[in-house]
Write a protein that binds this ligand. Structure first.
Ligand code: SF4
Length: 494
């Protein structure tokens, strides 16, 4: 039996007799696109485009298993992440499944269709990584034809759209709840990353209740009290001691000493534990640890003022001193600008927590005490906070206050900000659109944001074979003076 990884590679590179494919139940099969390898769990390939018999082409996921029994053995049939699987690719179907009775999802046995002996394929595919050239997007060729400054301008325009969309969303919230509350909600959302955005938002929405009490008479005064209350209302304060980690149990006893007195008062704010997602989370990103960080921010009381001061500070960036009306373009992308690193460092200082007596030494309640203290916030997360929350918040607040100079300064910082941590979405986008897996092709966080806006505005409205996508034409007609068309703007933009 070959390794499953080899089967995945055979499928991705389509090293099969593509004109002879038949499913186990006898349907002709055309693969219009094998889909994109998934790095996030769930089915192995997302967004494949397949045609069964004479039916219209369909888009969906493809799961690869060695044996057809894997579908039930791995409980894919009960897993909602697998509900969009349209083809189960296996090495060899079991004899009983070679019948004309349709199986759901249909099965394809690769063994019968390889275009070369398995050993030969293993050698040929051994060093292949990333997306094969023939699976790149239709915009890849016109993007390659752009000169470097044109490509930079295109990404700059897309990044600006994304930045302004975020700012408008913050403004909408600020109109309802005030600038400070809008900031807190977005900081909490950012702490939830992609898995726990909504419970974090929910906690931020009820913040004034659980920090002060319904009548303002139950103010939590220390970081520890805020932390215990936050863990309590989040539903993430464990009911039981670990009985294995002494320091964790000491912390839990102290936290419960605080929370049992508060619980009734804040009952209406308590979230059920089920709303949190833990699957695939790194311990450093566990929501308990993120809430501990938030408790320090809340206890510091002047975080919002510090952010305001940071916006007008000039850490080693003489260009930001330019007077209003300076005609030199200030929002031009300046990736690699050392000022970007300084702004990152100075913002990191504001958000970093000196030391937490428990969380600096533990990833989770169950983990053993660490040999060395670990920071509660790394620079990668500061970049996420900057480009998604702090800079759009400062920018739109400056705009609403008529402060053009500050607006330009914030925009300048956004376009000079160092690149964020790479992720699977960016990686695939670079391969599909820019034809490279190298992260350094995107210079700075704004270019990454620009690429993500293109995915959102174009890729997410098309499919793996780029059906009806207008972006390639837009790229062909792109000149440095052009702006993104209305359909190239995100929702909410006029
Ligand atoms: S869908 Fe459009 S933007 Fe996305 S890869 Fe295809 S051509 Fe490019």
């Amino acid at each position: 039996m070959p390794p499953e990884k080899l089967l995945q590679s055979v499928w991705l590179h389509q090293r099969i007799h593509r004109d002879q494919l038949k499913t186990a139940d006898g349907q002709n099969l055309r693969v219009l696109h094998p889909g994109f390898a998934s790095a996030e769990g769930g089915p192995d390939f997302r967004g494949a485009v397949l045609q069964f018999a004479n039916e219209p082409p369909v888009s969906g996921d493809v799961e690869i298993d060695l044996q057809s029994a894997g579908w039930h053995a791995h409980r894919h049939d009960q897993n909602p992440n697998f509900k969009n699987v349209i083809l189960h690719v296996v090495w060899d179907e079991v004899l009983s499944s070679r019948s004309k009775v349709p199986s759901r999802p249909p099965q394809l046995a690769l063994k019968r269709f390889l275009d070369a002996p398995l050993a030969e394929l293993a050698l040929a595919l051994e060093n292949e990584s990333g997306l094969p050239e023939n699976l790149r997007g239709k915009c890849s060729a016109p993007l390659r034809d752009l000169a470097a400054p044109q490509l930079a301008e295109l990404l700059h325009a897309a990044a600006k759209v994304r930045f302004q969309n975020k700012a408008e969303a913050i403004l909408a919230r600020a109109r309802n709840s005030g600038w400070e509350q809008a900031l807190w909600e977005n900081l909490f959302r950012a702490l939830g990353y992609k898995h726990n955005v909504w419970p974090m938002q929910n906690l931020a929405e009820t913040k004034s209740r659980w920090t002060r009490g319904a009548h303002g008479d139950r103010v939590a005064s220390t970081t520890f009290e805020i932390q215990a209350r936050l863990l309590g209302v989040s539903g993430l304060l464990p009911d039981d001691l670990t009985r294995a980690q002494k320091s964790s149990d000491t912390f839990l006893r102290r936290a419960w000493d605080v929370w049992w007195r508060d619980r009734d008062e804040f009952e209406s704010c308590i979230l059920p534990r089920e709303v949190w997602k833990f699957h695939g989370l790194r311990p450093a990103n566990h929501p308990q640890r993120r809430l501990a960080l938030a408790s320090h921010w809340l206890a510091s009381e002047n975080l919002v003022a510090k952010i305001g001061d940071w916006a007008v500070a000039i850490p080693g960036a003489p260009a930001s001193c330019r007077p209003v009306g300076d005609s030199r373009r200030q929002d031009a992308s300046a990736p690699g600008d050392k000022a970007g690193d300084k702004w990152l460092d100075s913002l990191h200082e504001i958000f970093q927590v000196e030391r937490d007596e428990f969380w600096s030494w533990h990833w989770t309640f169950k983990s053993a005490r660490l040999a060395k203290p670990q920071p509660l916030l790394g620079t990668a997360r500061v970049t996420d906070l900057a480009v998604n929350v702090v800079l759009p918040w400062l920018w739109v607040r400056a705009r609403e206050g008529g402060n053009e100079q500050l607006q330009r300064e914030v925009e300048r910082r956004f376009f000079a900000w160092p690149a964020a941590e790479d992720n699977s979405v960016l990686k695939l986008a670079r391969q599909r659109l820019l034809g490279t897996s190298q992260a350094r092709v995107l210079k700075g966080a704004a270019q990454q944001q620009g690429l993500m806006q293109i995915i959102r505005d174009f890729c997410e409205h098309s499919n793996a074979v780029c059906a009806d996508c207008r972006f390639p034409d837009l790229v062909r007609g792109w000149t440095t003076t052009e702006k993104m068309p209305p359909e190239g703007r995100g929702a909410g933009e006029a």
